[in-house]
Design a protein around this ligand. Structure first.
Ligand SMILES: Cc1cc2nc3c(=O)[nH]c(=O)nc-3n(C[C@H](O)[C@H](O)[C@H](O)COP(=O)(O)OP(=O)(O)OC[C@H]3O[C@@H](n4cnc5c(N)ncnc54)[C@H](O)[C@@H]3O)c2cc1C
Ligand code: SF4
Length: 589
């Protein structure tokens, strides 16, 4: 029997980026807010300090900061003809756990989506005609525009203290920035990161081929900075233990460094750690939410009543909680009907490596999560697709994120995969290698979706999430095309060998690709084809809001978190200025 707790105004499920922003915003407005986080408390001092934090085996290889798959995991299959099997270890993506979520161990590459990304279907139909879109792709326009979100992108970027160079200031193209980007109301709060040698070699070759390289916008702070909330961060030391690690220097924007301390100081906010939410409770089938049920570390079950339930648990966990709670119709790939689980998308990744003579010292061990140079020329619809047979694109970047001793072992493709010759090649090329990342879009496809697994259960006895996903043919064509462009740049970068790693024929959940899982509870204008409206409010229960990249109708080429942050501020404003004053559906169905 669950212990029933005192009702509150708002319960937040999950305390990563989205939960932390909402905790601060809603409690500052006077609402009584409880944040429930399944993991434990952690903060920069003492949890992220050296030398313990620079333990590659513990954190990068054994995923010490991430979801414990012995308690909760997901099952996976490429298509409905296969039996889905549980992931015993994290692989293709690294799900966050504990306070701060994946915002603690992210890289901090902070890109805005393009204006056309928000009108993805109508933009293509208008420019190329409807035939360019494979009928199996269930891509949709977003119900919100770039212009509407611009102030909220700006707010998230100033919160994080992003270092970068604007390419488009209020419609004026700026030298040194990205000429393809949407307009910005002002310059980045901080200057770009330093130029690593690998990035320079790439930028020089790309520029010589007529492209427009620019520095990756970075949440690794480029100088000491006090954000608009009054929180102070330090300059990055380029320590190279960034992606998959917490930052010991307060130099990587994260919930802990950028926003959460303010919520923690507010007596309207209460954080409960080791509180694993198992379902959203509703007043009968199709009724409003009445609160949530959670289980603490000792296995005791609690019911937390609340006027408003906001899911901030990360995209795929949000989808699972909706499915477990019966909020919204589950998607059925046979009929194409139902909305929860629909349009699950990912990212389409490939890479190109350039190997240099021994006297070309790249020094890749001096790096940071978002240190790099990038071109946008083959991203989105920045290039003419009329004769190409696909839509979408990818950015090409030379990142120097830190060559750590265990996992950094790029070798030319003709090298034996093990033994003395492999070891010699690893030593030979450790300091003489630059990698290019081709970071591509992922189109929603009718056959890719999320539902509940009929066989496997978690430590609480609940069905695991089942992921059914494979790369659509459209995305493989896109990836091959952009990878070939990256290889052309690589050939001009002055190395002695180039190795190309194309996207796999079928998606494998084993090798790491990116933690950019999107869709499953997408936003839209029609309850028949979307789970939430333009304010991230559930069509099925108007006092449930769903934050995070689960809202994306499909996934553009860029990394998601700038858009996740912008949407969180956008939804917070709608909740505070409109919803709590008059609780109702904010958009008519
Ligand atoms: C290695 C890595 C690198 C990345 N690099 C980048 C990058 O460079 N740029 C970029 O844009 N994005 C990047 N990302 C993605 C980025 O981290 C996420 O987009 C972002 O953190 C999502 O925020 P969120 O609040 O939606 O979810 P999260 O940060 O994952 O927070 C969700 C929280 O909810 C908790 N939770 C889950 N289920 C429950 C439950 N049932 N009950 C209670 N609590 C629950 C989790 O423990 C977690 O703390 C990266 C991710 C990883 C893992
Ligand atoms: S590279 Fe910079 S931001 Fe990243 S963990 Fe090291 S000091 Fe922090």
């Amino acid at each position: 029997m669950a212990i029933r707790l005192k009702p509150v105004d708002v319960v937040l499920v999950g305390m990563g980026w989205t939960g932390s922003i909402l905790a601060k915003e809603l409690s500052a407005a006077g609402l009584r807010v409880v944040g429930l986080e399944r993991g434990g408390w952690r903060e920069t001092v003492p949890n992220f300090q050296s030398p313990a934090m620079h333990d590659e085996l513990r954190y990068a290889v054994r995923h010490g900061l991430m979801q414990d798959t012995s308690r909760e995991t997901l099952t996976f299959r490429n298509n409905v003809r296969q039996d889905a099997l549980p992931m015993r270890q994290l692989g293709s993506f690294l799900l966050g756990d504990h306070v701060g979520g994946a915002g603690v161990h992210w890289n901090g590459q902070v890109f805005r989506f393009h204006p056309f990304d928000f009108q993805w279907r109508s933009h293509h139909v208008e420019r190329y005609g409807a035939d360019i879109i494979d009928p199996e792709l269930t891509i949709q326009d977003w119900p919100v525009s770039y212009d509407e979100l611009e102030p909220y992108f700006d707010r998230f970027e100033y919160l994080c203290g992003i270092g970068g160079k604007a390419g488009n200031l209020r419609g004026e193209i700026q030298p040194g920035g990205n000429p393809f980007e949407g307009w910005r109301s002002r310059e980045f709060p901080n200057p770009p990161m330093k130029l690593a040698y690998g990035g320079k070699l790439f930028a020089d070759a790309a520029r010589a081929q007529g492209y427009a390289p620019f520095p990756v916008p970075s949440a690794n702070l480029t100088r000491n900075y006090t954000n608009p909330e009054g929180l102070r961060m330090n300059a990055c030391t380029y320590c190279g233990y960034c992606e998959r690690f917490g930052c010991e220097h307060f130099a990587k924007a994260s919930p802990q460094t950028s926003i959460l301390p303010l919520a923690m100081q507010n007596e309207n906010f209460e954080l409960r750690t080791h509180a694993h939410v198992t379902r959203v409770n509703t007043a009968g089938v199709g009724g409003l939410a009445t609160g949530v049920t959670y289980v603490d570390a000792r296995g005791r079950e609690y019911e937390q009543p609340a006027e408003l339930v906001i899911l901030c648990a990360f995209g795929i966990h949000n989808v699972r909680l909706l499915l477990l709670s019966g909020i919204g119709e589950p998607y059925d790939p046979r009929t194409g009907e139902g909305v929860v689980g629909r349009n699950y998308s990912y990212q389409t990744m490939s890479s190109v490596d350039i190997f240099y003579p021994p006297d070309t010292h790249i020094n890749p061990f001096m790096g940071a999560g978002a240190l790099g140079m990038v071109i946008d020329d083959f991203n989105g619809d920045n290039f003419d697709h009329s004769e190409l047979g696909f839509i979408g694109g990818a950015y090409i970047a030379a990142y120097t994120t830190g060559a750590r001793p265990i996992e950094h072992h790029a070798v030319p493709e003709d090298t034996p995969r093990w033994g003395a010759a492999w070891k010699q090649a690893v030593a030979r090329y450790f300091n003489n290698n630059v990698g290019l990342t081709i970071h591509g879009s992922s189109m929603a496809h009718r056959a890719n979706y999320l539902d509940l697994d009929p066989t496997y259960r978690d430590a609480y006895g609940q069905p695991l999430l089942r992921m059914t996903f494979d790369f659509p043919a459209n995305d493989k064509r896109m990836s091959h095309y952009v990878t070939a462009r990256a290889a052309e740049i690589a050939e001009a970068m002055g190395g002695e060998q180039v190795s190309v790693s194309e996207v796999d024929e079928h998606y494998s959940i084993v090798p790491y690709q990116s933690t950019h899982n999107t869709g499953g509870a997408i936003m839209g204008v029609d309850p028949a084809s979307s789970a939430i409206n333009r304010y991230l409010q559930s069509w099925a229960a108007h006092n449930v809001f769903v934050m995070g990249a689960s809202a994306f109708p499909q996934n553009p080429g860029y990394n998601p978190t700038d858009t996740v942050g912008a949407l969180t501020y956008w939804a917070a404003e709608a909740i505070l200025n409109d919803y709590v004053k008059n609780p109702r559906p904010l958009v008519d169905a």
